[in-house]
Design a protein around this ligand. Structure first.
Ligand SMILES: [Zn+2]
Length: 383
């Protein structure tokens, strides 16, 4: 293990494509990355368990454990990357290029590289002295459905005390983010000639009422809820897309609206869906069977860890940065369901994620290794 240095590990893991995408022509298995991680962590004396996700052949989670019992520290991340735009990358996304104090490659910060950092941090610690277990979780499909993290949360097979997810936060601890919901409302009316409105049921006119209700709900959310850790304190509701009708002289038979909502900690997707259905109830009663609400994707809840929690305070102390709330989503709400204090903390800046020529700034290397070693010493190693 000592012979594997950080740069070699980066080269090896970035070279294994593991794109996840809702577009099947891009979507790939993450098996090769999982096998590489299984090899790395076995060499460090971890027990490795690889699980294929139910109904998702070729998509795997890995859980590696060193030490006995419950509790301890979970270091977590996703093994998939987003697709890349070949026309906009100047570097080979699957070959690490070192240039100008940067390592370029797809997944260098979001976030396959984090696993190389974990190995780099652990290989110099005496893991025979663990008094609490260390676990490594590597998930599938974070960039699409979060299926890997959802599977871990629903299995509830582990009970860590603390979890750190190594997404690129610029090595600033993150204790909170909003969730995300994408919803569709479809109005089914009845077409007819425009000369007599009684010939049909106009879906656009019903949608007009629906949108008025949604804007009302948007106002209520702003008036009734606030979490001042966020720049935009309330759960938001944004009308994003609409399509309906086909001709000025025909009564519109069908109209569909897409919108998103962003839950805040303590105001979950179920509560927001409840408010939505309540808002639409009078219209549904007036036009039975005409209004249909559905998820465009499975809701991602918000996530928040108590700012006074031990892990949040420790991370602030170790990194020298107070913990923040951010405006992007991670697997944290699912990992937190295991019952652990959870933060997001990792090398690289989120602004470089999902971008052409994604890179790790090498100035993160030493501080990241030190932060991980501090966390392991503090939460897993006997003094
Ligand atoms: Zn990520």
């Amino acid at each position: 293990m000592k012979s594997l240095n950080l740069l070699d590990m980066y080269r090896n893991i970035i070279a294994l494509p593991s794109i996840s995408s809702t577009d099947p022509s891009w979507d790939q298995s993450n098996e090769q990355v999982i096998r590489l991680l299984a090899d790395w962590f076995s060499q460090l004396g971890f027990e490795v368990e690889v699980t294929e996700l139910p109904d998702l052949p070729g998509k795997f989670n890995l859980l590696a454990t060193r030490g006995e019992g419950d509790g301890g520290l979970l270091l977590a991340g996703h093994t998939d990357t987003v697709p890349f735009d070949p026309g906009r990358w100047n570097k080979d996304p699957f070959k690490v290029t070192e240039e100008g104090n940067r390592l370029y490659g797809l997944g260098t910060i979001d976030m396959k590289g984090f696993f190389a950092f974990i190995v780099e941090a652990l290989k110099d610690l005496d893991l025979s002295k663990l008094d609490k277990p260390i676990r490594i979780l590597a998930t599938a499909d974070e960039e699409t459905t979060m299926a890997g993290a959802r599977a871990i949360a629903s299995a509830m097979a582990i009970k860590p005390d603390y979890a750190v997810i190594g997404e690129p936060t610029g090595l600033v601890p993150v204790m909170m983010h909003k969730g995300h919901m994408s919803e569709a409302i479809r109005i089914t009316g009845k077409s007819g000639h425009s000369s007599d409105p009684a010939n049909g049921l106009n879906a656009l006119e019903i949608m007009h009422q629906v949108m008025a209700r949604l804007l009302d709900l948007q106002r209520q959310l702003k008036e009734n809820y606030a979490n001042t850790h966020f720049k935009v304190p309330q759960p938001t509701l944004n009308l994003g897309h609409i399509h309906g009708g086909d001709s000025p002289n025909r009564i519109c038979a069908c109209c569909e609206l897409h919108f998103d909502m962003r839950p805040i900690p303590g105001v979950g997707p179920d509560e927001l869906m409840g408010l939505l259905h309540h808002a639409l109830e009078p219209i549904k009663e007036q036009y039975p069977g005409a209004v249909e609400v559905s998820h465009l994707h499975e809701p991602i809840p918000a996530y928040g860890t108590d700012p006074e929690a031990e892990l949040v305070r420790a991370a602030a102390e170790i990194t020298g940065h107070p913990a923040e709330a951010v405006n992007y989503c991670t697997e944290a709400p699912f990992i937190q369901q295991l019952g652990c204090q959870t933060i997001v903390l990792g090398p690289g800046h989120i602004a470089q994620a999902h971008q052409p020529d994604e890179y790790l700034d090498l100035s993160f290397v030493t501080p990241t290794v030190q932060v991980l070693q501090h966390l392991v010493k503090r939460f897993c190693l006997s003094k």
